[in-house]
Design a protein around this ligand. Structure first.
Ligand SMILES: Cc1cc2nc3c(=O)[nH]c(=O)nc-3n(C[C@H](O)[C@H](O)[C@H](O)COP(=O)(O)O)c2cc1C
Length: 168
């Protein structure tokens, strides 16, 4: 089972990225978690660029997600919202109907636990018809709070990714 992990922070010392690295080590048997760190290199979303062939990096990103059984998004909160680079990456996926039903687990790490960003991410992903696994999702103040809860969340993501709601 292949899971793609996306960090909403581009910071080198990011706590969100650190949590995703921890997740790769805690993955249940049979799950391989691959970190995708390309958000900062995607072009700004422009529907004009999405007519015909999309930009190469966008095409590769979509292909990677198509090949995934599940997705983890781990993000900070910026000004009560989703960081722009992450929202930009998601905007490039809106038109890709082949990703509908994709199981996704949302984690936010921020001093306020990222409640606003978490709600916005869930709303955006549901609008894209992704399958947000609420029982696996976490809101944390610090990445180190997470180890045991993360292990349980990954187990829940594994179950949803093994039996998706619909054909993908
Ligand atoms: C521009 C900016 C805006 C922020 N706004 C919020 C906010 O609205 N709520 C919050 O809880 N934290 C806010 N923070 C703090 C970050 O969410 C927090 O530092 C987070 O842990 C950063 O994640 P990272 O370590 O993965 O980069 C903000 C940080 C920055 C740089």
């Amino acid at each position: 089972m292949k899971v793609i992990a996306i960090s909403g922070s581009l910071r080198t010392g990011s706590s969100n990225l650190e949590l995703l690295r921890t997740a790769t080590a805690l993955a249940p048997q049979g799950m391989h978690i691959e970190l995708w760190e390309g958000a900062g290199a995607l072009p700004h979303f422009n529907p004009d660029l999405d007519e015909g062939e999309p930009p190469q990096r966008v095409a590769e990103f979509r292909e990677l997600l198509r090949s995934a059984d599940g997705v983890i998004i781990c993000s900070p909160e910026y000004a009560h919202g989703v960081p722009g680079s992450l929202k930009n990456a998601l905007d490039w996926l809106v038109s890709d109907g082949t990703l509908a039903g994709k199981p996704v687990m949302i984690v936010t790490i921020a001093p306020t636990r990222g409640t606003f960003a978490h709600a916005q991410l869930a709303e955006t992903l549901r609008t894209m018809s992704w399958n947000v696994i609420e029982e696996a999702s976490l809101m944390l103040r610090k990445s180190e709070e997470a180890r045991e809860r993360l292990r349980a969340s990954l187990e829940m993501l594994a179950i949803s990714s093994a039996s998706p709601r619909r054909d993908r």
